[in-house]
Ligand binder design. Structure first.
Ligand SMILES: [Zn+2]
Length: 198
């Protein structure tokens, strides 16, 4: 890979042998390997059996999860916040596992739409809840750095499955809860007083 990056630098009109670029191929390779390390991880490894049987059926929300991904069309970053909610049926998933799932799928070459669907689909598949909702808000550098008018635009994608798709009230409650910004911007967990609708 380092050879390719050296070649790329030359193609860009640079002198790959100048001092400042001497270690760049090595650094770029390391950075790219890290930013795409989600390919080396699978869902079961991340979840590691962290599913717990509980008698809890209220909405569980983990919001403001920071994520960083690379757009597959330009290999440029897109990043922002991800909000995840689900309605437990017979089991819950360890709360720390949700940001890790987001991270695993983010660290691949992605489209924001697919990333959103993969997170929602995986939780539906593995946790078998009554419903799953995922909203992602992101800034795309391929838009912000190249365009003039799109610098401050944010792309929002959502996936609503099960109860979140079928019941407007449940969906509205989720959207209302993620709109409230906490004082600290760190990921936070909200246990809502929502009742599960069959
Ligand atoms: Zn792009």
């Amino acid at each position: 890979m380092q050879q390719l990056i050296t070649q790329l630098l030359a193609e860009l009109g640079e002198d790959p042998t100048r001092e400042g670029l001497a270690d760049t191929p090595k650094r770029v390779e390391r950075a790219l390997r890290f930013l795409t390390s989600g390919y080396d991880t699978d869902v079961d490894e991340v979840l590691n059996g962290a599913l717990f049987a509980v008698d809890y059926s209220e909405m569980v929300i983990v919001k403001d999860i920071d994520f960083y991904s690379l757009c597959e069309h330009h290999l440029l970053p897109f990043f922002g916040k991800c909000h995840v909610a689900y309605l437990p049926r017979h089991q819950v998933i360890g709360l720390s596992k949700i940001p890790r799932l987001v991270e695993m799928f983010s660290r691949r070459l992605q489209l924001q739409e697919r990333l959103t669907n993969q997170i929602a689909g995986t939780i539906l598949d593995k946790v078998s809840p009554h419903g799953v909702a995922v909203v992602m808000e992101a800034t795309h550098l391929c838009m912000a750095m190249r365009g003039v008018e799109k610098q401050n635009s944010v792309a929002v994608t959502s996936a609503m499955l099960g109860g979140f798709r079928d019941h407007a009230q449940t969906r509205m409650e989720f959207l209302e809860l993620i709109r409230r910004r906490p004082l600290g911007a760190a990921a936070s967990v909200v246990a809502a007083g929502a009742s599960v609708e069959e």
